[in-house]
Design a protein around this ligand. Structure first.
Ligand code: C2E
Ligand code: MG
Ligand code: MG
Length: 633
């Protein structure tokens, strides 16, 4: 292993092995010497041979001289590059340490003196283990002994390192494996001090688990302390946060996920400047403390998201979204992280790859969310919730065959709140199970009480209710008290819920009772034919986004036909949701779609209207079909 010294021009900068070899450098002058030797050696030969030799030399000499000059220039550039690297390593405020195969120090740059209070000249030969806190050895050494990726990248690791006076510093090291590089032949550790600098030695801090065990990055506790330290530097110091949420790593499976996260960490770390600080936040997100304003943070976020395009993993391509916010001096670290979280939420709704910045509008939206959340808890008891029912029409038999029960909330001050807004809020807590249970009871009772009708009723069920393990018991109770036959109840679930094996068991039990299962919003999830074939499913509800522009867009029409064919090949009827215009209605009917639901027939109806028969029980299904009674949805 070669340590970088001032005389050796062959040592490469980490990551940029210098290409020219010593033998290459010597080649041109040697060739000229050889030519001179040949000329001198043939001087005693007969005159014609001498003339021939001199002629050849005259032709070759300019070419060899040019070659020699080029080699000399290359060697000069090499020396300059080497000198620059050496100067860089020596003058860098962040220490660089080289390790051999047995993890002994072979070189430490002068900056190590400021970090650890130790003379760099004393360190070569010492085992790294002597300096690392015993609790941190396992993670650090496991990393140092793993195989690097194609770029020689290993990981970013944080560990407590012993100082010259017996104390500890928290050091973050970006590790590159250049052992295979003949010019370096070492593990290279680019170190930076991540101990909250202004706090001085703090044994309590060091005792805390400040490191994320999977990635080795500082964790949220470390970040919060660092944020407080940065804020103490005053308003003149601009800092901001990027909260990055990466999707897709978990699909690599539990074994491979760790490897994916480590590769991801290396990739992200490589995209950051030395002044920016990469950490692991809660829920597996990444947080970057950016040395700069919020506009800088947006640039950093976009760069991090873009770099994922180049990271191939066993889980396939990863995607990410980010929220950014400035770190104002008057905002405590917890609030700054909440702001970044709000911005991230907003970015998520905009879709993968989005970067959103926190602003006051987001804060108002959050205030509304939390007010609705609080009020929703008592809405059922206060009688603010009710069900409406939207018909599903069979265009062959020309009659309504079922109704979908849809929840409505009239807030005393805010008026009607859409289920798209409050159902997700309810899903964040066990409240959804309570609401779902009420919906089941109410829907079954309403439809069972309709005079002379054999209508089925479809109820939307949330993932949380299924996972509560109470769904089957709640269905049995709702059927029991209402007297509705099980065959007239349809339970609607979304595609993603079917991926859960526990859910499949519950559904199987429900089907055993005679209840039918529908896949709601079909086409918005994974839509895997192979997977669906094995699932306990009775019908598909095609999502309404398929109908957007279907009258004018041939591709959309092909998709609508495709979903119908998919259903037919699986032996499953398809219900088309959101049929709004007579044009769509005509198209779908011509394609062979039989079951349709939407404003073109009826808006969701109040329970009283169902009982009064004021709804299209036997609509004349055609282009001139009258729309159902107008009830706000
Ligand atoms: P969903 O189950 O896919 O319900 C269909 C939605 O499409 C309903 O919106 C319905 O009013 C709307 N819709 C029906 N016909 C048309 C049309 O012709 N054009 C358009 N543009 N829209 C139409 P709604 O009632 O706002 O419900 C939205 C979502 O809220 C539902 O989507 C469902 O996911 C959820 N939801 C509603 N009620 C419940 C419930 O009781 N429990 C659960 N877990 N979720 C519910
Ligand atoms: Mg539905
Ligand atoms: Mg739907």
């Amino acid at each position: 292993m070669r340590a970088p010294d001032d005389h050796d021009v062959t040592t490469a900068a980490p990551g940029q092995p210098l290409a020219a070899s010593p033998s290459g450098r010597a080649a041109a002058p040697a060739s000229i010497l050889a030519l001179v030797a040949v000329v001198l050696g043939t001087w005693s030969a007969p005159a014609p041979a001498r003339l021939l030799c001199l002629g050849g030399a005259a032709v070759l000499a300019p070419a060899l001289f040019a070659l020699w000059r080029r080699q000399a220039r290359l060697a000069g550039a090499l020396r300059t590059s080497r000198a620059q690297f050496t100067a860089l390593v020596r003058s860098s405020a962040d220490p660089v340490v080289l390790l051999d195969d047995s993890l002994r120090v072979t070189f430490a740059s002068p900056a190590i003196a400021a970090l650890l209070g130790r003379d760099p000249a004393e360190l070569p030969g010492l085992p790294l283990a002597h300096a690392v806190h015993q609790d941190d050895r396992r993670t650090l050494f496991a990393t140092l002994r793993t195989q690097a990726d194609d770029h020689g990248e290993l990981a970013v690791r944080t560990a407590r390192i012993r100082t010259g006076d017996g104390g500890w510093r928290l050091v973050q090291a970006t590790v590159r494996d250049l052992r295979a590089d003949p010019e370096v032949g070492a593990l290279v550790l680019f170190c930076s001090d991540v101990t909250a600098r202004r706090e001085g030695p703090d044994p309590e801090l060091l005792e805390l688990a400040l490191t994320d065990p999977v990635t080795g990055l500082p964790n949220r506790s470390a970040l919060v302390r660092r944020l407080a330290a940065v804020q103490r530097q005053g308003p003149a110091h601009r800092a901001s946060l990027v909260l990055l949420s990466v999707d897709g790593a978990a699909s690599a499976g539990p074994g491979a996920e760790t490897a994916v996260l480590r590769a991801l960490t290396s990739r992200l770390a490589r995209e950051l400047r030395g002044e920016d600080w990469l950490t692991r936040g809660k829920d597996g997100d990444f947080v970057v403390l950016v040395d700069g304003g919020v506009a800088d943070a947006e640039v950093v976020a976009a760069r991090l998201i873009a770099t994922l395009r180049w990271l191939a993993t066993p889980a396939g391509r990863l995607t990410a979204t980010a929220g950014v916010t400035g770190l104002a001096a008057d905002v405590d670290p917890g609030e700054a992280l909440r702001r970044a979280d709000l911005a991230l939420h907003s970015a998520r709704t905009a879709g993968a790859g989005s970067v959103h910045r926190f602003d006051d509008a987001l804060r108002s939206a959050e205030d509304r969310r939390s007010a609705l959340s609080t009020d929703l808890a008592g809405a059922l008891a206060r009688g603010e919730l009710r069900l409406v029912f939207q018909p599903v029409v069979d265009v062959v038999l020309q009659r309504t065959v079922s109704v979908e029960a849809l929840l409505r909330w009239r807030h005393p001050e805010l008026g009607d709140v859409s289920p798209q807004e409050f159902v997700p809020l309810a899903e964040e807590s066990p409240l959804i199970t309570e609401l779902s249970r009420w919906v089941l009871r109410e829907a079954c009772a309403t439809v069972a009480g309709l005079p002379g009708e054999e209508l089925a009723v479809a109820v939307n069920v949330s993932a949380r209710h299924v996972h509560s393990g109470e769904l089957v018991a709640d269905v049995v109770a709702a059927l029991g008290t209402s007297g509705l036959p099980a065959s007239r109840l349809v339970v609607e679930l979304t595609e993603s819920m079917l991926l859960d094996s526990h859910v499949a068991d519950e559904l199987q039990t429900l089907r055993g009772l005679g209840v039918r299962i529908a896949v709601d919003d079909f086409g918005t999830g994974w839509s895997s034919l192979a997977y669906l074939a094995g699932m306990p499913v009775d019908l598909l509800k095609m999502d309404q986004h398929f109908l957007a522009d279907v009258e004018h867009d041939p591709q959309r029409r092909a998709l609508c036909r495709g979903v119908l064919q998919l259903g037919t090949s699986l032996g499953l009827p398809v219900v088309v949701e959101g049929v709004t215009t007579t044009g769509q209605l005509a198209l779908l009917r011509d394609m062979g779609h039989r079951y349709l639901q939407g404003y073109a027939f009826a808006r969701p109806l109040e329970a009283g209207q169902l009982a009064d028969g004021g709804w299209p029980t036997a609509v004349a299904v055609g282009l001139d079909a009258p729309a159902g009674p107008a009830v706000p949805s």
